[in-house]
Design a protein around this ligand. Structure first.
Ligand SMILES: Cc1cc2nc3c(=O)[nH]c(=O)nc-3n(C[C@H](O)[C@H](O)[C@H](O)COP(=O)(O)O)c2cc1C
Length: 318
């Protein structure tokens, strides 16, 4: 008798809360800040391109996106691609690197992805999407998919999600909008119950994760209760409250928030030792996550934004 080892997905709490993959945000530094603020049950890397990874200079060019520390596990590597061959090759590396799973991005609406028949363009090419999923299994990691309800029309969801559910995937995250809707309309949470019913019929073991406009753990719990979701994924909610994964989320005092920023700066500086090419400017985008919701926050933020280096920020804060 073959006994299949439990994957991380089966070991997650029920229900579970995940931090969304967000490019240029959810790297190893930010994930560790989030652990300190209030840990989700599951992390994803920002998406990484399989073509880039497999190219000669790949590991150097995109490798930083896949860096992690053991404390960030369970951690799923999210990748995007239009080539099953590249996905298969990369999935073997990801297994060796110690990731807990591989997630295929089939929802990204930006042109860089869609013009290469990847991201949300795969919604229009289920045949290729299916081959990508099977290819991702080459490394032996559990395969999940993150997608949207459809490409241009809401009514596409039963066919598209039904197709994905038949591909033997461990989990399916649904950002409850179409590609065409981008983020311009409220997420269609009302469809979650019907999606869960479709899952029950087609693939009872596949976990369904709701995503889109979920700002707090409590809001996520309410959606889980209402629609019987297995888990929820929070993205931009973390920008509004770094403590949003706590059981009873707090807003954070000025001192606590500044402490979090200082911790972020420490981890960023540590990363510079391995990656001296890392630029200072993108770091500024994080200031508004910490310097908010207290008296004088906006003045302080303006002053921090004027700082030209990490040292200047540190000097100013102290
Ligand atoms: C800055 C930013 C970067 C993102 N990068 C990714 C990504 O790399 N992979 C992905 O699947 N989705 C990405 N997304 C989409 C989010 O994962 C999520 O699906 C979307 O923001 C909706 O959830 P939310 O309303 O909780 O933010 C990104 C979103 C933002 C705002």
């Amino acid at each position: 008798m073959i006994i299949k080892k439990k994957t991380i997905w089966q070991k997650l709490p029920k229900p579970f809360f995940a931090l969304a993959p967000m490019e240029a945000v959810t790297d190893t530094v930010f994930r560790r800040v989030v652990i300190k603020a209030g840990r989700p049950d599951l992390f994803f890397t920002e998406f990484t391109n399989a073509e880039g990874w497999n190219s000669k200079e790949g590991n150097h060019a995109v490798g930083r996106r896949l860096k992690f520390r053991p404390e960030e596990k369970p951690l799923i590597a999210q990748i995007w691609s239009s080539s099953p061959e590249n996905v298969a090759e990369m999935s073997i590396d990801l297994k060796k690197m110690g990731f807990d799973g591989i997630d295929l991005n089939m929802g990204c609406p930006v042109k860089t992805a869609t013009k290469h028949a990847s991201g949300s363009a795969l919604i229009r090419d289920p045949e290729l999407a299916g081959r990508m999923i099977q290819a991702a299994k080459a490394g032996g990691l559990p395969v999940s998919v993150k997608t949207r309800l459809g490409y241009s029309k809401l009514e596409e969801w039963p066919e598209w999600l039904g197709f994905l559910l038949k591909q033997d995937i461990v989990a399916l995250t649904i950002h409850a909008r179409t590609k065409k809707e981008m983020s311009k309309v409220p997420a269609h949470h009302e469809l979650f119950s019907n999606i869960v019913r479709l899952r029950d019929k087609l693939a009872p073991k596949t976990l369904i994760i709701g995503n889109g406009d979920i700002l707090t753990r409590q809001q996520g719990q309410d959606l889980i209760d209402e629609h019987s979701l297995d888990g929820v994924m929070i993205g931009r909610g973390i920008f509004q409250n770094i403590f949003c994964f706590q059981d009873l989320p707090k807003q954070g005092t000025k001192e606590e928030l500044i402490e979090m920023l200082k911790y972020h700066l420490d981890l960023f500086e540590e990363e510079l030792k391995d990656h001296p090419e890392k630029k200072y400017d993108p770091l500024k985008r994080f200031f508004k996550i910490y310097i908010r919701d207290f008296d004088g926050a906006s003045d302080l933020r303006v002053k921090l934004m004027e700082c030209k280096s990490l040292e200047e920020v540190r000097a100013f804060l102290s």
